[in-house]
Structures are given as C-alpha cells and as structure tokens.
Design a protein around this ligand. Structure first.
Ligand code: 1HN
Length: 345
C-alpha cells in the first residue's frame, strides 16, 4: 500500500493557513480512518465480575439516596473507550442498577432505547407507557425510544438489573435527550398480553395492535423453556439460540441493538465466527468460558463480558452435566441498517 504524505511534510505556514480557514488535508489521516482490511476498534474484551461489583453497588445504596441519583447505576465501562465515555462498545452502554425496597425511580422518557435484564431480587416493577411489568431474574423488559418508564419496588430485598442502551450511538449522533414526567397511571400489566403461543392480534378484522412495540416483557421462564425444547426437538441445530423479536412482524425487538438468549448444552463448545458487531454476554445460569482475542473469561452467574466486532469468539460450557444460559446483546440491527454487517467465515 502506497505510503502517503505526513502532516509535518507540509510547511508550517501552509498548515496554519489551512487551519485559519477550518481546512484539513485528508491524506495524512486517510489510512487511519480507512485502515486496510479490518477496522480499528477501541472496544477491548472486558469482563465485569458480579461478585466484585455487587458490594460496590450495595455501597452506592448506602451512600446515595435514590432522590439524589434518580437512577442508581454503576456503569460497566470499557477502558478501551476511556472509562469516562461510559461505553461498553461503540454503540452499547451497560449499567447495573440497584433499587431498594420502597424506592421509586421517577418517570421519564428519552430518545435512547433501553432494555433491562433482571439480575436478582423479586418485587420490583417497571411501568412502561402505563403497562406494569413485574421483574424476575432473567426477564427482559424493553423501554424503547420515546416510551415513558419508571421503576418501583414493593418487595423486601434489593433488586438489581442490567441496563443495555444504545446511548453511545444516540449521543454521538447528537440526538440524545430526556423528558421528565409525572407518575404514570397504570392501565394494565404486561402479563395480560401473551404472544407465547404464536398467535398475535389479527390484522384482518382489526388493525392488529396499533403499537410499534407490542411486547414489552419477555419472561425468562418462556425463553428458557423455548431453549430447552429447541435443544430437545432439534438436536442437530448448530446453536441453541432464540432471538427476542417483535412477535407481530418477526423483526428485531428494537431498532439499534439486538437481543437473544443462548443455551450451551452440557459440555458444548460453540465457535462464533468473526462478525462486524460487538457483542455482550451475560450469564444467567450455569458456568461458561468466553475466549476472545488473547483473553479468556470464566463466567459465573450474573457476570457480564464484551467482545469487539470482527473477532471470533469461543463460548464453552464449563459443566459436562448442566446447560448454561447466556443473554446476548449485539449491534447487528444497527449494522444491517447501515449496510456494514459482515460475517467472516
Ligand atoms: C435510564 O433511563 C435508565 O430508566 C437507566 O432506568 C440507565 C442510562 C443512561 C440514560 C438513561 C432507567 C440509563 C438511563
């Protein structure tokens, strides 16, 4: 590849004249913005141990009342991006949020899309556009862009969940903002609307659901049962994985980030090909090992790690007798919309 001219090849006076007109020569930076073959990535393979972060999160519960935090969150930041950037990857934000019994996190809505993966505790709920969604371990609750949401807790023990947002991308595009609201009137619970049997509101005699996001809560019991039955009925399947989709059109459940649940059969090793999107893995149940680049992470329940894009990932079940269940978040809907999605064999 042809070596290009450098900035300091140019006379200082010329560079200063360019700067004075807000002009920059492209050629000294061309190879940096278009590296040969594979993008440069700031995202590093990182693991966040739940055992290590939990006491710090509980300490936040003592140090900072909910009124002073609004959302009491420790951000899982990727040092490759700089901790202050609060990014797990180019497009993904991760945070562990703590809500104590009796606490309330007030209603707001914002442009970034969020999901919550419940990590521990019972009795908390999120109300999304008037729909009250109970939270239990492994449930996935969506708060897509523009929907009101607030969190409450009627239980006895701390509740913790993992927030996954497309905040870095939405912030980067200068479209990130929030609106504060009043406490919502509850109009129903998520439990009343079940798509689990493959039937949806009919578009024939009614216009179907008028909602862009018809399903807001994906109970873990249903996803887990689907994985177990997939493993049993399709033993030859390459990966036992289910996607969280919009049940009315089969598409991704949100616009920017994609979500799925994966089961590693006892003793299974799964080699994932290099794909353009970065990925996040959160272990729901069992034990797993995640190998990325020169790193190998041993995941216990509630541990979370991330992998940059364009790199193969190996997932291994650490048990020869029990399945392992992993929640996966990635940037594939974004990459597909942008036309940059790639799988490298
Ligand atoms: C947010 O609205 C929540 O509603 C959690 O629980 C984390 C991080 C950045 C921006 C908005 C929540 C968030 C957030």
């Amino acid at each position: 590849m042809q070596e290009l001219g450098r900035l300091d090849d140019l006379p200082l006076a010329y560079r200063e004249s360019l700067g004075a007109q807000n002009l920059v020569p492209l050629w000294p930076s061309l190879r940096a913005v278009l590296p040969p073959g594979t993008p440069s990535r700031r995202t590093k393979p990182v693991m966040w141990s739940y055992e290590a972060l939990r006491p710090l999160l509980m300490q936040a519960g003592e140090l900072t009342p909910i009124e002073k935090a609004e959302r009491r969150v420790l951000v899982l930041a990727n040092p490759g991006h700089g901790l202050e950037k609060m990014q797990a990857s180019a497009a993904m934000y991760l945070g562990m949020q703590l809500l104590l019994p009796g606490e309330w996190a007030p209603s707001h809505k914002h442009t970034p899309n969020a999901v919550r993966m419940i990590v521990e505790g019972e009795g908390a709920y999120t109300t999304v556009d008037g729909e009250k969604c109970p939270m239990s371990r492994g449930d996935l609750i969506l708060t897509p862009t523009g929907l009101w949401h607030e969190h409450g807790h009627d239980g006895k023990d701390p509740v913790v969940w993992l927030d996954v947002l497309d905040l870095p991308l939405v912030y980067y595009t200068e479209t990130s903002y929030a609106v504060e609201g009043k406490e919502q009137a509850v109009i129903g619970t998520c439990l009343e609307r079940s798509y689990a049997r493959g039937v949806v509101p009919s578009p024939v005699f009614s216009r179907g659901s008028s909602r862009q996001y018809p399903m807001l809560r994906y109970p873990w019991a249903d996803a887990r049962a689907a994985l177990l039955s997939l493993a049993e009925t399709q033993p030859a399947i390459e990966a036992v994985q289910v996607a969280y989709v919009n049940p009315e059109n089969g598409g991704d459940c949100q616009n920017i980030l994609g979500f799925s649940a994966l089961m590693l059969r006892p003793g299974e090793t799964l080699n994932l090909p290099a794909r353009s999107p970065a990925m996040v893995f959160h272990l729901i149940e069992g034990g797993a090992e995640v190998a990325v680049e020169d790193q190998s992470f041993t995941l216990s329940p509630a541990d979370t790690c991330c992998a940059p894009g364009y790199t193969p990932v190996t997932l291994k079940n650490r048990s020869a007798s029990e399945p392992a269940f992993i929640f996966v978040a990635d940037e594939s809907p974004l990459h597909k919309k942008l036309g940059v999605y790639e799988v490298r064999a």
